[in-house]
Design a binder for this molecule. Sequence first.
Ligand SMILES: *Cc1c(COP(=O)(O)O)cnc(C)c1O
Length: 361
Amino acid sequence: MDLRVRDNILSITPYSPGKPLEELEREYGIRDSVKLASNENPLGPSPKAVSAMTQALKGLHRYPDGSGYYLVRKLAEKLKVSPENIILGNGSDEILSMLTQVFLDRGDEAIMPEPSFLMYDIVVRCAGAKPICVPLKDLAIDLAAMAKQVTDNTRMIFLTHPNNPTGTIITDGDFERFMADIPAQTMVVIDEAYIEFARAANRLDSLAYFREDRSLTILRTFSKAYGLAGLRIGYGIMPGEIAAVINRIRMPFNANTLAQAGAIGALEDRAYLEQSLRLVHDELDYMSKTLGELGVRCYPTQANFFLIDVGRDADVVFDQMLRRGVIVRSMVSYGYPEYIRVSVGLHEENVRFLGALREVI
Ligand SMILES: *Cc1c(COP(=O)(O)O)cnc(C)c1O
């Protein structure tokens, strides 16, 4: 066929989501495997979210509320912004995609940390713009180096806070200095998919920088701490002027009925969120202590996952862990040939992980 696919689309490496658990189990002849690969909440969804969604099932013959009225209001109230500042997305992934479609053009540049979230590269290329990757420094985002890459063509800068896959934060002081160097026509996008887990006192308080007249967008999601990854619901906090432009291209029913109901239920379940954070923090302490006793190096984190230096080919370790029914993420394709990334699971799952790792290394 003579498809004439745009060059920028052909330059994209497809995102590899990994095989479903059931498929891996069949392939490797294993059962009861433990998945610690995608930074999900191991507790399952909040019971309040489940009950809100069960209620909403009866209304599924109707189209969703295209404005997300109740969810948007609830978020605005919680975050102390106006409802006009909130855009809902089919996951925060979709907001990334809408932002780049609207604001990037051919020849524009978008600066991003590397390694970080793989979607930035994809959405920037999709818009025909050029990704400019800036290496991390000591596993953290190097704001000074990123600011140095700004040119007249820079239209967007992505910051991941805490960063995936390294779990590092941006400090408030560093961010303030950074913003002073960024020209007004450059949008700063702070992706805070894991912000709920962060404990460091000096971490950036992104909402404190939010202003109607500043090109700054904050992305958050229900996929991680709120345990609703399969539902696909996230949101952006942005100046009303930016949100109004995004609304021109937003599909009217991008946040579906169940997603809106589930997200509202999750926001109302404070106890579930607290339990989730406590589990992650307690288990992180337990896992890093045990790894230390084994003489295995792991890195501090402000998220619900962390990096481990396995001291050998991480792809091989990934495969050997998989054979023992434990799924982790190899960091080879992220540029860390001897690191794996492990999400915090339930205590029993973490015990299994530690047992398998002890055998493997
Ligand atoms: C998981 C993740 C997201 C969230 O994606 P959703 O589309 O909301 O599920 C966004 N950014 C980063 C860095 C992530 O790790």
